[in-house]
Ligand binder design. Structure first.
Ligand code: PEP
Length: 251
């Protein structure tokens, strides 16, 4: 990780937890100790956004795990960036592979959500990543570049500081099969190069690109050593006290 980019760790709780379990997570996060040089954000289920924002220390960010592309209206079941902001929450994860592959969200929809969330003042973690068959057929770059292309078209130049890109190979999410640090670095380096060519060199240098896919307390430090890996997005392991080691992986 380059020193000008602050190490970033996101916890993605997915559809897990109840108030009692969340109190347990908040307790271990509050006890820490957490490296002050890491920016930590927890992605929580929408019905617990306000609860978590009120109970977590202000130094820990809170993220919604999804939102819709317009401020309000007849969209039953959806929440808007304006609502997320209204309960004091600053971040949203968009385009997670489960949104893409379980709920059928397209590149175009995800891009519209990213653009709208940024315009409403939220910070955004857009997720990209290839499936196993795409990797095996040599299409990793083609897939992640085209996912990223849709997204960058909706990011105004002055909003890039509110974006953290998550590279999450689908075959590594929730499977226990982590990409090796070299495999992850290879894609992160190419993404940064692509951003330099398709946005500009300054954005490419400054934007944080984090890795997600079966990150654990055991493998987080090796990943964090790679030049273009600026942190992690963590699912299962973010629910357990060991998550503190992942938060502190760059120490
Ligand atoms: C995720 O949910 O973004 C994720 C990477 O999950 P896991 O860490 O469980 O693989």
């Amino acid at each position: 990780m380059a020193p000008e980019r602050k190490f970033f760790v996101g916890g993605n709780w997915k559809m897990n937890g109840n108030k009692k379990e969340i109190d347990g997570i908040i307790a271990f996060l509050t006890a820490g100790p957490l490296d002050p040089n890491t920016e930590l954000v927890c992605g929580v289920p929408s019905c617990y956004l306000e609860y978590c924002r009120q109970k977590l220390p202000a130094t820990i960010g809170v993220a919604a795990q999804n939102c819709y592309k317009v401020p309000k209206g007849a969209f039953t079941g959806e929440i808007s960036p304006a609502m997320i902001k209204d309960v004091g929450v600053e971040w949203v994860i968009l385009g997670h592979s489960e949104r893409r592959n379980v709920f059928g969200e397209s590149d175009a929809l995800i891009a519209e959500k990213v653009g709208h969330a940024l315009s409403e003042g939220l910070k955004v973690i857009p997720c990209i990543g290839e499936k196993l068959e795409e990797r095996e057929s040599g299409k990793t770059e083609e897939v992640v570049f085209s996912q990223l292309k849709a997204i960058i078209e909706k990011i105004p130049l002055d909003k890039w500081e509110n974006v953290v890109i998550a590279y999450e190979p689908v075959w590594a999410i929730g499977t226990g099969k982590t990409a090796s640090p070299q495999q992850a670095q290879e894609v992160h380096g190419k993404l940064r190069q692509w951003l330099s060519e398709n946005v500009n060199a300054e954005v490419a240098q400054k934007v944080r690109i984090i890795y997600g896919g079966s990150v654990t307390a055991e493998n987080c430090r090796e990943l964090a050593k790679e030049a273009d890996i600026d942190g992690s997005l963590v699912g299962g392991a973010s629910l357990k006290p060991d998550f503190i080691h992942i938060v502190n992986a760059s120490q």
